[in-house]
Design a protein around this ligand. Structure first.
Ligand code: AKG
Ligand code: FE2
Length: 316
């Protein structure tokens, strides 16, 4: 049996000389801002979440197989649409104060380097430069839950994606998408996951991503997507509670991101039990002729795949 590769350490970040809370991986277009919200804001968010979805402690019945823990999602602004992987034009829920209150603090500028490296269409970048998010997915991950590796839809949202973590820390896995991911993105959604759909906000890349309750680094089920002839390394980025992750450029367009469904994580060599984690994913929706993408990763670009499919249909 091929042993699954261990997740590697991420490349080293640069720490902002004027603000040690800000770490950037310039080549990847990744930024992590520590302590983006206060503990008081975090507590308010957790309360608000559970006013809508009360926390239910799972009951254990020894005669039935325990169900894997499931993510719970709440949508605000234009709802995420799991059929188009874009934003709904009709379903809108007013954005709660606990979100609008920190929005003015979001950094909305994309670095010129990301712009130069990853977008050949200047109009697209102008559009995405300074527009605040209008689509918010708040998610609760009970201990052991994850999200399958995926690439968020390129064409339907502006470049910058934001994810605010709270409640507890979690490692997020990143992997440069390769031929395997490109192939999977061209399959109908249901066949990717063998009929079981764990709703990831893009095409999921690995069928065990959201299903297993007690995975860990040595779980052989990790295999599949990682058994390519020449797999790209997977590395994990530790997302502390109250941190804001910003994906642009390669990390947004060319890498999959996901969270392994594990009961424990290994942090600094120690086995640490997972706790409940929350996140708010924030995106800026595109409408009408704004929809499109000119990124440098056509293999995993929904706009390019659509073009290919239209050509194939038109040309046959
Ligand atoms: O929970 C997170 O931090 C990320 C969730 C995510 O990848 C998504 O909603 O697209
Ligand atoms: Fe995502």
């Amino acid at each position: 049996m091929i042993a699954p590769p261990q997740a590697q350490q991420p490349p080293s970040p640069t720490t902002d000389p004027t603000n040690p809370n800000i770490q950037t991986w310039t080549d990847l277009g990744l930024t992590l801002i520590h302590n983006f919200i206060t503990q008081a804001e975090e507590a308010t968010m957790i309360d608000a979440f559970h006013q809508q979805d009360p926390l239910i402690t799972p009951t254990t019945n020894p005669s039935t197989k325990p169900k894997p823990p499931k993510r719970i999602s709440q949508h605000f602004g234009y709802h995420f649409d799991y059929t188009t992987f874009g934003a709904s034009t009709t379903s809108f829920t007013p954005v709660p104060d606990y979100i609008t209150s920190f929005l003015p603090r979001l950094p909305l500028t994309i670095t010129p380097r990301d712009r130069d490296n990853n977008t050949s269409n200047p109009d697209q970048m102008r559009r995405s430069d300074h527009r605040p998010p209008d689509q918010f997915t708040v998610q609760y991950y009970p201990p052991g839950a994850g999200i399958p590796p995926h690439v968020d839809t390129h064409s339907m949202f502006d470049e910058a994606l934001y994810s605010l973590s709270f409640g507890s820390a979690v490692p997020m896995q990143f992997r440069l998408a390769g031929a395997n991911e490109a192939r999977k993105m061209r399959l109908p959604k249901r066949s990717v996951v063998g009929g079981k759909v764990d709703e990831a906000p893009g095409k999921e890349m690995d069928k065990d991503g959201g299903e297993e309750g007690n995975g860990n680094q040595s779980n052989p089920k990790h295999g599949k997507a990682e058994q390519e002839d020449d797999p790209a390394p997977t590395w994990e980025l530790h997302l502390p509670a109250r941190s804001l992750l910003i994906l642009t450029g390669p990390s947004r367009y060319g890498y999959t991101h996901g969270i392994r469904p594990r009961k424990t994580d290994i942090i600094d060599g120690q086995t640490v039990p997972r706790q409940g984690r929350y996140s708010i994913t924030m995106r800026s929706t595109r409408r009408g002729d704004e929809i499109g993408c000119a990124c440098a990763y056509p293999g995993v670009c929904d706009a390019r795949i659509r073009e290919e499919q239209e050509m194939a249909e038109g040309g046959s």
